[in-house]
Every structure is written in structure tokens, then in C-alpha cells.
Design a protein around this ligand. Structure first.
Ligand SMILES: O=C[C@H](O)[C@H](O)[C@H](O)COP(=O)(O)O
Length: 227
């Protein structure tokens, strides 16, 4: 599994050129990409590349790996964004947010010229919601009301609890995460909009119609899926 992640991360480097602004996703797959990017910058194979982190995790790793970082309000455009995903359907719609970084990821990836997703083949699904819940970032005061309101969509939601921390997970933005298990998400774009219409929802982990390219790590090599 780690080898497949490394393989797609290496492939993603081929999309990076000098003078680019790159959205840096969050998670274990993107971590390989950030480290490899840092090496290319240190050896001088790449120059004047800046990263926009999508989380504390990617910011700390970028700084540690030698990738200079900037924030969204300092740039005019983002050339490409690179990130992992939890599920990818046949139309390249995604579920993201296992690492609770979905809000900043969507802010950056929505605005990237090209959004490239890195996964291994276990993440490919027939329909969204097949294996994973949809993480929903919510304002803490509204979590219980939203949990109940999600029943309208036949979803069962759980408040995500911390590991090595008592009580709920607190996101980089100071909010809670509800993990909502749906039976089947028929229309990802419609569901993404519906969920964001609930007062108190900050953002949800359905990324419909955003990914341009998905690089899939398989035992036979990297497969490229394009929209
Ligand atoms: O919040 C976390 C993100 O959406 C991750 O990009 C996603 O969970 C994939 O992570 P990994 O590459 O570790 O499977």
C-alpha cells in the first residue's frame, strides 16, 4: 500500500514546473508528494515553486521538507493542487475528509487550475458512500441539531472523537466533525449542495465535479483517469 502511494506521488511530480503555485493536500499519500517536492527544490531540479497548505499537517511537513509556503490571499492564482481522497466514483466525484481537513482542501482545490487526486485502487468505488462516511465540518453549537436533521437523508451521523485527546476532534478551524453514513449517494453534486444548505454546516466532504485528473496506484503501475 505504501509503495502504491509513493508511486502515484512520484507520478504527480511530473505535473510540477518551475514558478508554480501548488495546493498541498493533507493525508498520507500527499505527504509523500510534499517530501519528494522538497527534495527536488533542494537539489535545484525545480525552482521558485511555492505551496499553499490545506492544513496544519501539510504546512508543518512542507516547512520541514523545504517547500516554501504562501497563503491563499498572497497569490493571484493556483496552478495545480495535489491531494488524496477516501473514495473516487466513475465520474471522478470524491469523498474526502478522513483527516478532517476537508474545508481548507475544498477552498484551495476548487480554485486550482488543475486538481490532481492521488489514490490507490482500493479507493475506487461504484458509487459514493459505498464504503466511507461523508465527513461534515459543523459549528460546535449546532452538532446535535445537524445530526438529527441528517436523518432526512437517511444518513446516520456520529460525532468524531479524538484519539490522544478526550472529547470530540477539533478541526484546524475550531469546529466539530460529524461522520455521516449514507446508504447510497445517487447524485453527489445535489447532495453536496443540500448538505451545505443546512445552517451550521461549514463544509462537507463530497467533492463533486472538481477533480480533473485521478492517478491510481495499481500493482500494474499508475493508471490515469481524466474528466
Ligand atoms: O482530510 C483529509 C483528506 O481529505 C485526505 O486527503 C484523505 O483522507 C486521503 O488521505 P490518505 O491519502 O491518507 O488516504
Amino acid at each position: 500500500m505504501e509503495e502504491l502511494k509513493r508511486m502515484v506521488a512520484k507520478e504527480a511530480l511530473k505535473y510540477v514546473d518551475d514558478d508554480m503555485i501548488i495546493g498541498l493536500g493533507t493525508g498520507s499519500t500527499t505527504a509523500y508528494f510534499i517530501q519528494m517536492l522538497g527534495k527536488k527544490l533542494m537539489t535545484g531540479e525545480l525552482e521558485d515553486v511555492y505551496g499553499i497548505p490545506t492544513s496544519h499537517q501539510s504546512r508543518l511537513l512542507a516547512l520541514e521538507s523545504g517547500v516554501p509556503v504562501v497563503s491563499l490571499d498572497e497569490v493571484d492564482a493556483i496552478d495545480i493542487a495535489i491531494d488524496g481522497a477516501d473514495e473516487v466514483d466513475q465520474h471522478l466525484n470524491l469523498i474526502k475528509g478522513r483527516g478532517a481537513a476537508l474545508t481548507m482542501e475544498k477552498i484551495i482545490e476548487y480554485r486550482a487550475g488543475t486538481f490532481i487526486v492521488l489514490v490507490d485502487e482500493s479507493k475506487l468505488v461504484e458509487y459514493l458512500g459505498q464504503k466511507m462516511p461523508v465527513p461534515i465540518e459543523v459549528i460546535p453549537a449546532a452538532w446535535r441539531a445537524i445530526k438529527e436533521e441528517l436523518e432526512v437523508f437517511n444518513a446516520t451521523a456520529e460525532l468524531r472523537m479524538g484519539v490522544k485527546k478526550d472529547g470530540p476532534v477539533i478541526t484546524d478551524n475550531g469546529n466539530f466533525i460529524l461522520d455521516a453514513k449514507f446508504e447510497r449517494i445517487e447524485d453527489p453534486l445535489d447532495m453536496e449542495i443540500e448538505l451545505n444548505n443546512i445552517p451550521g454546516v461549514v463544509e462537507n466532504g463530497i467533492f463533486a465535479d472538481i477533480a480533473d485528473i485521478v492517478l491510481v496506484g495499481t500493482k500494474e503501475g499508475v493508471k490515469k483517469l481524466e474528466r
